[in-house]
Design a protein around this ligand. Structure first.
Ligand code: SP5
Ligand code: ZN
Length: 340
């Protein structure tokens, strides 16, 4: 299986994030995640590590707002120019309510406009890393369009929390959405998001569309991040109505319960008859994940892979979250190995 990966992610390594209560903690979405996965992938003879191609900005701008992308491109330089007391990472402390907010000129004002939380830390290499990550997803999509059965985009930073004009949850460019949008030029696409957190960015981006069918299984936002979106009654808008589905789960969900829900999503996707499948593969559903409360085992992850693979669709698998670094390698292998 072709695995698209770029070393450029290392340029994005924020020194900390801010947790509930204002606690500064070491950045959980760190480069070591990739090292753990790479080590495991290199041990398998069926994996073929490939550099992504550069697709330029057009396929990214097909999903994201131009002014938002410009913000990402220049934020770091502008941040240093403000001569902040602590320049280690750009983080605003005031956020825009999405009630037709005005967009201010000041850098911190725009950061608050374009960010939804205190984990989308911008540092010097963030934009470059985000572009390289999107190119991994685009390269994987192109490979599947050329006839491969399945490819893996080993994306970092992840993408599914990023919307058309906002960053959040460690995400800046929505890699899965950019890939799905490229595929949609060739046929209908289904996106299945199994990351522990609701894929709010992907949901937002495709909400009005009926040519990309989106389904997300995740911890109930009633108790978990991202709190304000990801509920079962959100089904799409306009011609997109009926083309989005959320499956919120309680804390403590076991393998058997998770797989029951997964089977429902598999049936929905089968009913849609897509030409392509994009999987937002977050490994934070794993029982020992430091951010998660869902109790899926490595075996459970293997079974999830099997059932998704049984759809028999050309599939782009996109890396999302997963913070139990020590287990990431074996969990990714457990998931991917059934697609070879
Ligand atoms: C891609 C991805 O998985 N992003 C997840 C971002 C989640 N950020 C949530 C931070 C909430 C902090 N709560 C800490 C509770 C630890 N027990
Ligand atoms: Zn997640």
């Amino acid at each position: 299986m072709k695995v698209f990966y770029s070393e450029t992610h290392r340029k994005h390594h924020p020194p900390f994030e801010v947790f509930d209560g204002g606690l500064r903690v070491p950045y959980l979405e760190n480069p070591d995640r990739m090292d753990q996965i790479l080590k495991a992938l290199r041990d398998q003879q069926w994996t073929d590590l490939c550099e992504p191609s550069d697709f330029g900005l057009d396929p990214i701008l097909a999903v994201h707002d131009k002014e938002y992308l410009d913000f990402l491109a220049f934020a770091w330089t502008e941040w240093l120019a403000t001569e902040p007391r602590d320049s280690s990472t750009l983080l605003p402390a005031t956020f825009a309510l999405r009630r037709e907010p005005q967009k201010p000129k000041s850098l911190l004002g725009r950061a608050g406009y374009y960010m939804m939380d205190l984990s989308a830390c911008i540092v010097e290499g963030t934009y470059q890393a985000a572009l390289a990550s999107a190119n991994c997803a685009l390269s994987a999509a192109q490979t599947v369009m050329q006839g491969e059965r399945a490819t893996f985009a080993l994306c970092r930073p992840p993408g599914h929390h990023a919307g058309k004009d906002y960053a959040g949850g460690y995400c800046f460019i929505n890699n899965a959405a950019v890939a799905a949008n490229l595929l949609s030029s060739k046929g209908h696409v289904a996106v299945l998001d199994v990351d522990y957190h609701a894929g709010n960015g992907t949901q937002d981006i495709f909400y009005p569309r009926d040519d990309v069918f989106t389904v997300s299984i995740h911890a109930d936002p009633d108790f978990e991040y991202p709190s304000f979106i990801g509920y079962a009654d959100e089904r799409g808008r306009g011609r997109g109505f009926g083309f989005h589905h959320n499956f919120p789960l309680p804390a403590g969900t076991t393998d058997a319960e998770y797989l029951q829900t997964l089977d429902r999503t598999i049936n929905l996707i089968q009913g849609y008859k897509p030409a392509y499948l994009v999987v937002s593969a977050g490994m934070d559903i794993y029982a020992d994940d430091p951010l998660g409360t869902i109790k899926v085992s490595t075996n459970g992850i293997h079974e999830i892979g099997k059932r998704i693979a049984s759809l028999g669709l050309p599939t782009v698998i996109v890396m999302e979250g997963g913070y139990a670094n020590e287990a990431l390698g074996r969990n990714i292998i457990a998931f991917l190995s059934v697609f070879q």
